[in-house]
Design a protein around this ligand. Structure first.
Ligand SMILES: C[S@@+](CC[C@H](N)C(=O)[O-])C[C@H]1O[C@@H](n2cnc3c(N)ncnc32)[C@H](O)[C@@H]1O
Length: 257
């Protein structure tokens, strides 16, 4: 049995939060802009973020008037998410649920669901991905939209056939990735993160990201009940793109019938 791949280390969660979800910060205005052109958005501003991490995307939608639910299996990541969105939680507009993206239930009534920054590559097997799609499908209203991204094989070669050293005032760690062209990469990150009191804490993170070709993903979406799905780039989500596997990351848009 393969272990779930949530972020277990508190100091890694702290570093992730401090970096402010850099990649996702670029994607979230594009997702919102696209969603607000859809029919379902006319009377639905309720969104679900799967593998929400430290909650920057949820916070962005909350700041723009939405109600939002974040799901993640990592308590250390959710602790930061709850802190970042504290005022909205108190106002009853946000909640964060500790659950496995593979099989969760957060009620229904969501117009939009998201899962950004390669999160679904952390699901270790096609049956896990299919379970995630079924859970998201059940949460969406009719006509609801699911936007997510995945690393492609080109992305695996780039990110996991690499060794990187991070050396800043806040951190000193080594990322080692091993990829050999199959359907899994292996990545280990270990080092030290500076804590609020100025002391340093050692952390370790190990994961085995899993590769899903675009056609397999579209078939799984259809099986889960999505009537339409296409690949696009974040800046132009309405426009289907060709050869998604050629880029390092592919973005999916799926619509519930
Ligand atoms: C790369 S981070 C992305 C976080 C956020 N979506 C963003 O864009 O910054 C991946 C997240 O997936 C979570 N995760 C991994 N496996 C999970 C699972 N089976 N169920 C729920 N969350 C999971 C991790 O804990 C982590 O917070």
């Amino acid at each position: 049995v393969t272990a779930t791949q949530e972020i277990k280390s508190r100091s890694f969660a702290r570093l992730y939060n401090a970096q402010g979800a850099e990649f996702t910060s670029l994607a979230m205005p594009a997702i919102r802009e696209y969603f607000e052109t859809t029919d379902v958005a006319a009377d639905n501003r309720n969104m679900l973020d799967v593998c929400c991490g430290t909650g920057q995307l949820v916070k962005y939608f909350l700041d723009n008037g939405y109600t939002a639910t974040g799901v993640d299996l990592s308590e250390p990541m959710l602790e930061y998410a709850r802190e970042n969105a504290g005022e909205y939680i108190n106002a009853g507009r946000a909640r964060f649920v500790c659950a496995d993206a593979t099989d969760f239930s957060v009620g229904d009534g969501f117009g939009l669901a998201t899962s950004t920054y390669n999160s679904l590559n952390q699901l270790q097997d096609l049956s896990w991905l299919a379970g995630c799609f079924r859970s998201v499908h059940a949460a969406l209203v009719s006509g609801g939209v699911f936007v997510f991204d995945l690393l492609t094989q080109a992305g695996f070669w780039q990110d996991y056939n690499a060794m990187l050293v991070y050396d800043t005032d806040e951190m000193m760690y080594v990322h080692r990735g091993v990829y050999h062209g199959g359907d899994k990469a292996h990545a280990r990150q270990s080092g030290f993160a500076k804590l609020a009191d100025g002391t340093w804490e050692r952390f370790e993170k190990f994961d085995t990201p899993t590769l899903y070709p675009a056609t397999v993903v579209h078939d799984a979406l259809q099986e889960a009940g999505f009537v339409r799905s296409w690949n696009a780039v974040y800046d132009e989500l309405a426009k289907p793109s060709e050869n998604p596997d050629a880029a390092t990351r592919m973005v999916f848009v799926a619509v519930k019938g």
